[in-house]
Design a protein around this ligand. Structure first.
Ligand SMILES: Cc1cc2nc3c(=O)[nH]c(=O)nc-3n(C[C@H](O)[C@H](O)[C@H](O)COP(=O)(O)OP(=O)(O)OC[C@H]3O[C@@H](n4cnc5c(N)ncnc54)[C@H](O)[C@@H]3O)c2cc1C
Length: 508
């Protein structure tokens, strides 16, 4: 962390440490990420807050010190690609055209660059947390559900200076131990939330999948487009507990009030707020309530009359963790006429296997019976899959889950309560995008809240952007599952998959 300088302010670095044409970020307030950055151009040094005017609180760099576009001529926000003049901070291209970056005052003395004034908002001690930047007087928000959607919303709202209380009914706030695929959509959304470096370090990033036949013979490679930047992998995977740890650490570091083992038992609202009764008997009032309580959402039943119920899709998903073979650097799929099995590296040395099975009657399966059933499903495969099949009954955890889906077709909000994530659009895993959709919901919700003075307009704007995307992801995932169950030809399935990946890669 930079030190206080004797002449006042904060010493950032020596001039020699900032070569001509370079940019560097600094964390003068000890917030755990760079809040200001400096750029050297034509001998002069320019300093800006690391805060995109398009979305207050959004960091601009996609990795340490990456604040400039490819040829170094402009400042670039990696979240939406907005470009800014280095000297004036004026946006020249992108969603905040005409707006400016916020300058910071610098002093160059004895060959050193100092930041003038206080080091900026700090998350430590709570004495200088920013006030809400949102225009609707949203000072207190309750988030019900601390899964991926709820944590993403908490992070974005705290970054926008809003006081957030997050509750989860699980006293241990735990997740089960398997991998989660990060499709290009999911990877991009988590990068935009600020997890790019940790995902690459603690999860696995790659650019595609190798398709093989049942004996492990190569059919072809499928490459995915890099959506975040030329040096950021297109997709990947991460262990669910690792993702949960990353996100929950950020939630707590941003001073979110987290209460576990708690749920909502009653809710009523008027024009100015929502009154909530909790399972411990406490009552409180909030400016906005966000329901992020997953597929079996209780909030959905409380606020959206006539909302559909989750429905079983006819398939179940098997997942098991293995060590990754040394020469596997991306996803692998093995395609049989009835069954496909995939492997996705999700940590520096582990991968998870996923297999979707058609189970029309949704039979109950005793946990003890799972290894033998899975071995039967894998029996037709040769090569490496046959080798891994032999390890399935060695006591490792096998996660079996029948798939259910839901898409709420109308508005996902009533008054001051809005639902996000699986509560309103739970998808099957065919496009690996359920988690990404949950994160996108949170990003878009806070963008729309930032853009509209009226809450109703903001929530309307949120729906306008999210419902078509929910239809796309849930609808196409279900369609791919139906084709698998009907045994449709592989080229037809592959074509719908490719078309879907292209569609979800469009900006959200
Ligand atoms: C088998 C399977 C595989 C999947 N694979 C992938 C994948 O590879 N990639 C991908 O992107 N997505 C995948 N998904 C989808 C992804 O897991 C979900 O879309 C994502 O977890 C949704 O996040 P959420 O926060 O909306 O819901 P959840 O993750 O379900 O979180 C809901 C939270 O709310 C809490 N809660 C529930 N009820 C209450 C209540 N009444 N009060 C308080 N708290 C409550 C829960 O404890 C939980 O913490 C998969 C889903 C399944 C079923």
């Amino acid at each position: 962390m930079p030190a206080s300088s004797p002449g006042g302010g904060t010493l950032l670095c020596g001039l020699a440490d900032l070569p001509e044409g370079a940019a560097r970020g600094f964390d003068p307030g000890g917030r755990g990420h760079d809040t200001v950055f400096v750029v050297r151009r034509a001998g002069a040094v320019f300093g800006w807050r690391n805060d995109c005017p398009h979305h207050p609180g959004a960091r601009m760099n996609w990795r340490k010190d990456a604040f400039l576009n490819a040829d170094g001529s402009l400042i670039m926000c990696s979240a939406h690609g907005a470009l800014f003049d280095i000297e004036t901070g004026l946006c020249q291209l992108g969603p905040c055209l005409g707006k400016r970056l916020t300058p910071v005052r610098l002093r160059i003395e004895d060959g050193r660059i100092h930041l003038e004034g206080p080091p900026g908002p700090t998350s430590k001690g709570g004495t200088r947390m920013a006030q809400s930047h949102l225009p609707q007087n949203l000072n207190r928000v309750l988030i019900v559900g601390g899964g991926i959607a709820g944590m993403a919303a908490a992070i974005r709202l705290r970054e926008a200076g809003v006081a957030v209380e997050l509750i989860d009914k699980d006293p241990a706030w735990s997740v089960y131990g398997t991998g989660i695929t990060l499709s290009p959509l999911t990877f991009r959304a988590l990068c935009h939330l600020g997890f790019q470096d940790r995902l690459i370090a603690e999860g696995h990033g790659h650019d595609g999948v190798t398709l093989n036949d049942m004996q492990g013979r190569l059919i072809r490679e499928v490459r995915s487009e890099r959506l975040v930047g030329p040096r950021v992998p297109a997709e990947g995977a991460v262990l669910r507990p690792v993702l949960h740890r990353m996100m929950s650490e950020r939630v707590r570091a941003l001073q979110t009030e987290v209460r576990l083992g708690v749920t909502v038992t009653a809710l009523d609202q008027d024009d100015t707020g929502a009154n909530v009764t909790f399972s411990e008997g406490r009552q409180d009032r909030y400016d906005l309530v966000i329901g992020a309580d997953g597929l079996f959402s209780g909030l959905r039943d409380m606020v959206l009359e006539n909302a559909p119920k989750p429905r079983f899709t006819g398939q179940a998903c098997w997942r098991v963790l293995f060590d990754t073979p040394k020469d596997w650097h991306q996803g692998q799929m093995f395609l049989g006429p009835e069954t496909k099995v995939g492997f996705n590296p999700c940590s520096p040395d582990q991968m998870y296997m996923y297999l979707l099975e058609s189970v029309p009657g949704n039979p109950w399966r005793e946990p003890d019976a799972l290894p033998a059933i899975l071995q039967d499903l894998l029996a037709p495969f040769g090569g490496i899959v046959a080798e891994l099949r032999a390890l399935v009954d060695d006591g490792r955890e096998i996660i079996y889950r029948p798939l259910e889906s839901i898409l709420v077709p109308g508005d996902w909000y009533r008054g001051r309560v809005v639902l996000i994530g699986d509560a309103v659009h739970a998808t099957t895993p065919h496009l690996g995008s359920g988690a990404g959709m949950a994160v996108e919901d949170a990003l878009v919700l806070v963008e729309e809240l930032s853009a509209h003075p009226s809450l109703e307009d903001a929530l309307h704007g949120f729906m306008r952007r999210r419902l078509p995307r929910g239809r796309l992801v849930v609808g196409n995932s279900l369609k791919i599952g139906e084709m698998e169950m009907a045994g449709d030809p592989m080229p037809a399935q592959a074509a719908l998959m490719a078309e879907s990946i292209a569609a979800i890669s469009a900006p959200y």
